[in-house]
Ligand binder design. Sequence first.
Ligand SMILES: Cc1cc2nc3c(=O)[nH]c(=O)nc-3n(C[C@H](O)[C@H](O)[C@H](O)COP(=O)(O)OP(=O)(O)OC[C@H]3O[C@@H](n4cnc5c(N)ncnc54)[C@H](O)[C@@H]3O)c2cc1C
Length: 397
Amino acid sequence: MRTQVGIVGAGPAGLLLSHLLALRGVDSVVVETRSRAYCEARQRAGVLEDGSVRLLRESGLAGRLDRQGLEHGGIYLQFAGERHHIDFRALTGGRTVTVYAQTEIVKDLIAQRLADGAAVHFDVSDTEVDRLTSDRPVLCYTDADGTRQEITCDAIAGCDGFHGICRPAMPAEVLTVWEREYPYAWLGILADVPPSTDELIYAHHRNGFALHSLRGPAVSRLYLQVDPAERVGDWPDQRIWDELARRFELPGWELKQGPVMDKGITPMRSFVSAPMRYGRLFLAGDAAHIVPPTGAKGLNLAMADVAVLAPALDALLKGDERPADAYSAACLNRVWRSTHFSWWMTTMLHRTPGADEMEAELQLSQLRYVTSSRAAAMSLAENYTGYRAQPSGAGLT
Ligand SMILES: Cc1cc2nc3c(=O)[nH]c(=O)nc-3n(C[C@H](O)[C@H](O)[C@H](O)COP(=O)(O)OP(=O)(O)OC[C@H]3O[C@@H](n4cnc5c(N)ncnc54)[C@H](O)[C@@H]3O)c2cc1C
């Protein structure tokens, strides 16, 4: 078999890349180990920067997003028994974020790719990539019927997430890796109950962090900081609701409770691997970098990577190597900004197990500063809605 770009992974990065390449007339094949139903049901991110919304709109993918997405002009920060609003619109000249679940984006992308007649192969196994430094790299896999397949490509995109096979296919000596594991995890639930808030609430509490997010007018997404060693079985539904109510407690405000539809524990990690290219293999999204979800950046970074990669691959196939050569550095600039912002939000809001009272006071001081200084709040708002570097230094002297 033959294609121009072989894509490993049908997450947001792989599917969106396949679509963006098709808009440029570039042919691709996507291979995915999981089933279509599994990919469409996997609960993950839900907050889109305005740049991500614009990208989906400009590439003709925003029909449902524009009807069902919820535009948010800020977030709440809660600590020391008070809830403060950070007004993104006022702080950034009108910028917002949009709440639209990653599951819905994946559904929209799969539907569009299949309607366009694209090759998206689910339920594959034993994926391998080879001959990466040649101009004919190969992608091999066993298809759902058990037949071994080999596709000769012009380039391969590793969009196969943190546990995929593409990053390990790069020689270890060409990679530099930065990694930090946090001493806490998130217990997340999806609940069949209308949200108790109009915008996300990030709560710092002596028992640990809590986040009230949402997935639509009738569905809430809520998280609790827990020990990474905890198991979902340790947390019956009522124990979760009681702890959420404790961490969000505020006079005159009530947390609505309802049936829990999904429950899971996510470890927290910062990870960056560079470069994002080896020969004709290009990494994008979680395959190259992971951020803790506190800053709502993982999905946005994956989409930003492929927005750079699609034109770079198009140019490469037409004989211009310069955009492909610049790909890694162009993405890593944004990746490090989001990595810092996600680390900053995470360490400001979570209780570090075993930390002393001094750390707790420093966190409270930072939270008071962010909610009382326009300059500090503006920095949070600019990063949360999606930082765009000003080449000139924005008039700083
Ligand atoms: C449990 C969880 C919760 C999260 N919550 C949030 C959140 O609240 N906010 C936020 O911003 N971010 C969150 N994230 C991060 C965000 O969802 C990711 O950044 C985003 O999914 C990255 O997209 P991706 O396409 O790069 O990778 P993925 O979505 O991981 O997609 C990779 C795909 O590759 C497939 N694959 C893997 N190996 C192979 C192989 N060998 N062959 C073929 N296919 C393969 C996988 O099955 C998967 O479908 C969360 C992540 C996780 C894991």
